[in-house]
Design a protein around this ligand. Structure first.
Ligand code: GLN
Length: 305
């Protein structure tokens, strides 16, 4: 642990004043207001040690990282029947891409792109009377923090400009792959994207992925080992949209990014790590976050390969 701590410290110092050529996600107006200099890191080990650096306690917009949390809930409710509604293949296209949806008759390539997560939101809406409370309670339980909440400003801001996501759901509805009213599904989807959490909270929330699906603190089984393996596999292949190959090549860990600037990554049996830095590369992934993780796994010779 001492080792990881000092390696993290020295890489953090190296990247603190890094020349970040990325751009914030201004297509959601509220995200354009975030201070672009923020930089936080949190690593939690399966034996429950946490290292927090920089702005690790600063809350930010979790965005697409929450797609993984929705997916866990839906997979545990539906089992493998879920894969009739959404596939598990990398898309090789942007997170909000429309192009394959028509060709593939309204079945999204995977649950970690927008179209796939919208189907997952629809699945949860079919199961729960109050999916929003079910979702936030699930996250609070994993994080062991009852204060975790959504950011209503981000929610309203994204909903006001969500044209592309409405186009995706309409296309899927036309193929019969959406069961609930479009506005209800979209409100729930935008709510989930507006989840607001810090690196320190998130690295704790996702720790069970590094521990065969079992929360090492409470011993609760969140996913069976087989399902845990499968969702880790989906993250590795689909967690970074059309940059999933690049992330696997440079970093070598399963993970998930969000346009709020967060990146989550898992080293099985060892740790979960979350990096937050708001400026994104053209594929929508944190520019400094990716560079930081590449440096970390290279220096520690840690990866799943
Ligand atoms: N809420 C965002 C959207 O739907 C999520 C995208 C992301 O984080 N990649 O566009």
């Amino acid at each position: 642990m001492e080792d990881i701590h000092s390696v993290l410290d020295s890489i953090y110092n190296k990247f603190k004043d890094f020349e970040d050529i990325g751009e914030k996600a201004t297509y959601i107006p509220e995200l354009a207001n975030v201070d672009e200099r923020l930089f936080g890191i949190s690593l939690t080990t399966v034996n429950q040690r946490q290292v927090n650096l920089g702005d690790a306690h600063q809350k930010f917009s979790v965005q697409s990282i929450s797609k993984v949390l929705m997916l866990i809930m839906a997979y545990n409710l539906e089992g493998d029947a879920l894969w009739q509604r959404v596939d598990v293949e990398p898309s090789g296209a942007g997170f909000n891409s429309m192009i394959l949806l028509e060709l593939e008759k309204g079945i999204p390539r995977n649950p970690l792109i927008n179209a796939g997560a919208i189907v997952i939101a629809d699945v949860l809406l079919s199961h729960y009377k109050d999916p929003e409370s079910e979702f936030i309670n699930f996250v609070r339980r994993l994080t062991n923090d009852p204060t975790v909440t959504f950011d209503d400003k981000v929610f309203e801001s994204e909903k006001g400009v969500g044209y592309r996501n409405y186009a995706l759901i309409n296309m899927m509805k036309s193929f019969g792959n959406i069961q609930n009213p479009i506005d209800e599904v979209m409100d729930f989807y935008f709510k989930i994207c507006s989840l607001s959490m810090s690196c320190a909270q998130l690295s704790k929330t996702f720790l069970f992925f590094a521990n065969d699906g079992v929360d090492p603190i409470t011993n609760e089984i969140i996913l069976t080992p087989s399902r845990n393996k499968r969702i880790n596999a989906i993250m590795l292949l689909c967690g970074f949209y059309d940059e999933a190959g690049e992330f696997a090549y440079r970093v070598g860990l399963p993970g998930k990014s969000g346009v709020g600037g967060g990146i989550l990554a898992i080293l099985p049996n060892m740790y979960s790590i979350v990096v937050f830095s708001p400026k994104l590369n053209p594929k929508g992934n944190s520019y400094r976050g990716m560079a930081f993780l590449e440096c970390l796994t290279t220096e520690l010779s840690d990866s799943v390969f």
